[in-house]
Design a protein around this ligand. Structure first.
Ligand SMILES: Nc1ncnc2c1ncn2[C@@H]1O[C@H](COP(=O)(O)OP(=O)(O)O)[C@@H](O)[C@H]1O
Ligand SMILES: O=P(O)(O)OC[C@H]1O[C@](O)(CO)[C@@H](O)[C@@H]1O
Ligand SMILES: [Mg+2]
Length: 488
């Protein structure tokens, strides 16, 4: 067990302090609505426009939403997708395009009272986490940075360590404390419905919620472009020279077509350029792409086809990798994962993606485990060290995630004691045995498959952002090993 006490965790955090990282592109405000019981649910559904009076045939509504991007426009569609998400036991994110909303649904959303507002988006969540872990420098780039959004970035390290690239009057780009770098942009708000485990009746059906989870209604503002303006873009090579790694994300909000005539291809080509520019003066730079759920299979395929070839590491959950496989034509394997989430199938899927895009590392997080898959190092002694380091990075990630699950957010390194004190889930030993058998099979002799069981928090305060927490914690820990001892 690599972490016996909080001091071991603190010592591990110290290894991360010399890491500098670039984060792009998506940040937003997460407005959280807690649904802790069936009464909360009925109150939510009855609020104002009597959305609860909506009598819906869930299957019919879903059938009618067959066209993509399967966004939500009406109360019926919201209700149907919320109940399906609750039943599924899986995290769900669905785009919400305000221009397309029915008037009564738009009003219902506007009148909704939220329990809590906190930073969201991969960039927002990861920047605040890594700041707290005292990383040397975090360049957090997001296209929209309103004053309200900039204030939600919390420079909680020993020194202000979250920076935003600002074009100065002399034409130079300076990395400015993000709290002072805001522009007159709109604030992007996502609505998060965080529900606990409970059961309820709906349309004469008893519905069980198998585990606490969340449904995200992700706004898609027309003027949000996943892009870096030319004057900042030209500085990317210099920024890349002074950092060790990058985490890129947010491509899920790219739309096929924009009002100004631009298309998704325009933004994907520029996103590839951004990564190549960051790497251009620093060949050791490691780039991790954190996936999110993408309803539209064409868009999902473009994200991996354009971006996986130019990144080194990919983080995603089992639903996301199943959907990627579906977009790549492996529909049978995809269906099996979506239906049963068997680890053998997830590992096979990871190997397919790793090989197809020549990735260095895949990191998968599911409710029951967190796993790294990568090629072995020739030298056995070195590879054994690598496995031990990968395992330690995953352990660290589970401690981060369960601390955040327990407390809703991590406010100090002391909070990590909560995660450390949370035991592995009951399937831990079974999963470890399963993976060691698979690792020894002929198909995987060239691969390291390293798994750590998750430390599931019963009745978590919230679940949104746990995947971002896991992926970023494991990735920066991996990079620290690369940087500090070059064994990997
Ligand atoms: N109650 C919980 N306790 C501990 N870890 C959890 C709990 N619920 C979920 N997790 C972890 O968080 C991950 C959620 O990942 P993901 O859905 O990608 O989150 P997000 O995209 O919101 O960051 C799961 O794969 C699991 O490892
Ligand atoms: O797809 P979007 O609008 O960038 O939102 C991403 C969502 O995913 C999260 O980052 C969690 O992974 C939420 O905080 C956020 O609401
Ligand atoms: Mg995720």
């Amino acid at each position: 067990m690599p972490f016996k006490n909080l001091n071991d965790v603190k010592e591990h955090c110290e290894n991360l302090e010399n890491i500098a990282i670039f984060l792009g592109y998506n940040a937003n405000v997460d407005a959280l609505k807690y649904i802790s019981s069936k009464n909360d649910l009925y109150e939510l559904l009855d609020e104002k426009n009597n959305i609860g009076d909506v009598k819906i045939d869930i299957d019919k509504v879903i059938e009618n939403m067959a066209s993509y991007p399967r966004e939500i426009k009406t109360p019926e569609e919201f209700l149907a997708r919320l109940i399906l998400a609750m039943k599924s036991g899986k995290p769900v994110e669905i785009p919400l395009i305000s221009a397309n909303l029915s008037p009564n649904f738009k009003k219902w959303l506007e009148d909704l009272k939220f329990n809590e507002k906190r930073i969201g988006g991969q960039v927002g969540i990861i920047a605040n986490l890594l700041s707290l872990l005292n990383l040397e420098k975090i360049i957090a780039y997001t296209p929209l940075l309103s004053k309200k959004q900039s204030e939600m970035f919390e420079n909680k390290g020993n020194h202000a360590n979250i920076f935003y690239p600002v074009l100065k009057k002399d034409g130079k780009v300076s990395l400015t404390n993000i709290n002072n770098a805001y522009k007159d942009d709109e604030t992007k708000i996502n609505r998060i419905f965080e529900y606990k485990e409970f059961d309820f009746e709906f349309n004469n059906e008893k519905i069980d919620i198998p585990r606490a989870n969340r449904l995200i209604l992700a706004s898609r503002p027309e003027n949000l472009r996943i892009d870096i303006s030319e004057d900042i873009k030209k500085e990317l090579p210099e920024m890349g020279k002074d950092i060790d790694c990058a985490i890129v994300s947010g491509y899920q909000s790219i739309k096929e077509k924009y009002s100004d005539g631009k298309t998704d291809e325009y933004y994907f080509k520029r996103a590839v350029e951004d990564i190549k520019l960051l790497k251009s003066k620093n060949l050791d730079l490691k780039v991790h792409l954190e996936f999110a759920s993408v309803q539209n299979p064409l868009l999902r395929k473009k994200i991996v086809e354009y971006l996986y070839p130019v990144v080194d590491c990919a983080g995603l959950d089992e639903t996301e990798i199943a959907n990627i496989l579906n977009s790549l034509g492996y529909s049978e394997l995809s269906e099996k994962i979506l239906k049963d989430s068997r680890i053998e199938d997830v590992i096979e899927a990871s190997k397919i993606v790793l090989e197809k895009y020549d990735l260095e590392m895949i990191q998968i997080h599911t409710i029951f485990y967190i796993m790294f898959i990568c090629k072995k190092i020739e030298d056995k002694a070195k590879n054994d060290i690598k496995i031990a380091q990968l395992k330690k990075s995953l352990e660290f990630a589970t401690i981060l995630a369960s601390s955040k699950a327990k407390n809703g957010l991590i406010t100090s390194i002391e909070d990590l004691k909560m995660g450390l004190d949370t035991p592995y889930n009951q399937y831990g030993d079974l999963l470890i045995d399963l993976v060691s058998n698979i690792s020894n099979s002929s198909e995987f002799t060239e691969y390291n498959i390293v798994l750590v069981p998750s430390r599931i928090v019963k009745n978590p305060k919230s679940t949104v952002g746990l995947g971002d927490t896991i992926s970023s914690g494991a990735f920066v820990s991996y990079v620290a090993d690369l940087k500090n001892n070059n064994v990997l």
